[in-house]
Design a protein around this ligand. Structure first.
Ligand SMILES: Nc1ncnc2c1ncn2[C@@H]1O[C@H](COP(=O)(O)OP(=O)(O)OP(=O)(O)O)[C@@H](O)[C@H]1O
Length: 289
């Protein structure tokens, strides 16, 4: 066990921003994606784990503070010198003499940025700079708070691909807050679903998917025509522009896809759609007991 969080409450004045009851256990090697709408308490969770905000409760870990690294949403560095020297000063090393740092700079294609001042870096370059700094710590557990926020689609994709490649075959764990489901699709193997400070669910991605969506989901665009075609089938909760159907068995899946093919309707089939999973988990979480 790397970290256990239990009965943790964080308040800002009269507002309870986070109230975790049942234990959340992060094991070695876990890659935890944290999802929830704005104000759900995601950043507060990271801040309380780092001791930046204080709460009441139990956070148990065998890690020393230096074995945890953090990538926060917004970072600022001095503009008095190029980032190369900031890197060397903070890390206490020289790039020319540090193979690990050279490897990271090359891996994240940062060579051409080294001579620039921090404020002159693009959003994607700033994120890569911070990631290199974070990864140099070789922490057993890293917290990422919206690592791709503010980046355009292509830059985001590239950065996620890099992170996927970097973590392949490594044992290190992370907890990653993100609003982009496709990012967590690629990077996370567990999900922590928060809503208004409370835990809706926590567990392995595939287990949660099965629990809330079934074996697979079929998703089509929402339209009156598609509504009429699919009128007889059980619907999952979905964003308004989509219709989502749960395939509880192979037969059910065959039946639905045959109907859709007959009517020439485009569909997407998935067994790990985090957006539909989250929408249904949230809906269930809101149901009165
Ligand atoms: N420093 C603060 N002082 C007072 N209230 C705060 C503070 N930081 C956060 N909050 C409140 O606590 C709640 C949780 O905020 P938090 O930043 O953890 O949400 P989040 O899930 O990370 O949201 P987002 O997705 O918008 O980043 C919100 O209602 C927010 O307004």
């Amino acid at each position: 066990m790397l970290l256990t969080i239990q009965n943790l409450t964080v308040r800002y004045g009269a507002e309870t921003a986070l109230a975790i009851e049942a234990p959340i256990v992060i094991e070695e090697g876990d890659r935890v994606g944290v999802i929830g709408s704005n104000g759900a308490g995601k950043s507060t969770l990271i801040k309380s784990l780092l001791g930046i905000v204080s709460g009441q409760g139990v956070i148990e870990t065998r890690l020393k503070p230096e074995q945890m690294a953090v990538h926060m949403q917004f970072n600022e560095y001095t503009d008095a010198m190029p980032v190369k020297y900031i890197m060397e000063a903070i890390l206490g090393t020289k790039i020319a003499r540090n193979e690990k740092l050279q490897e990271l700079i090359a891996f994240f294609e940062f060579e051409d940025c080294l001579r620039k001042k921090y404020s002159k870096l693009s959003g994607g370059q700033k994120q890569r700079f911070t990631i290199i700094m974070v990864m140099m710590q070789e922490a057993a557990l890293t917290f990422y708070d919206e690592v791709t926020s503010g980046l355009d689609f292509e830059t985001r994709q590239k950065l996620v691909e890099k992170l996927v490649e970097w973590y392949k075959g490594k044992e290190t764990s992370f907890l990653m807050v993100s609003h982009y489901y496709e990012e967590l699709d690629q990077l996370a193997d567990k999900l922590l679903i928060l809503d208004r400070g409370k835990v809706i669910d926590y567990g392995r991605k595939e287990v949660l998917f099965h629990k809330y969506c079934g074996r697979a989901v079929i998703v089509v665009e929402h339209s009156d025509k598609n509504e009429a075609i699919l009128a007889g089938y059980d619907r999952l909760a979905s964003p308004a522009h989509l219709i989502a159907l749960s395939c509880t068995s192979q037969e059910k899946e065959r039946e639905i896809t045959e109907v859709l093919l007959k009517h020439n309707v485009n569909y997407k089939r998935s067994s790990d759609d985090i957006e539909i999973l989250y929408t249904n988990a949230k809906q269930e979480g809101m149901r009165p007991c």
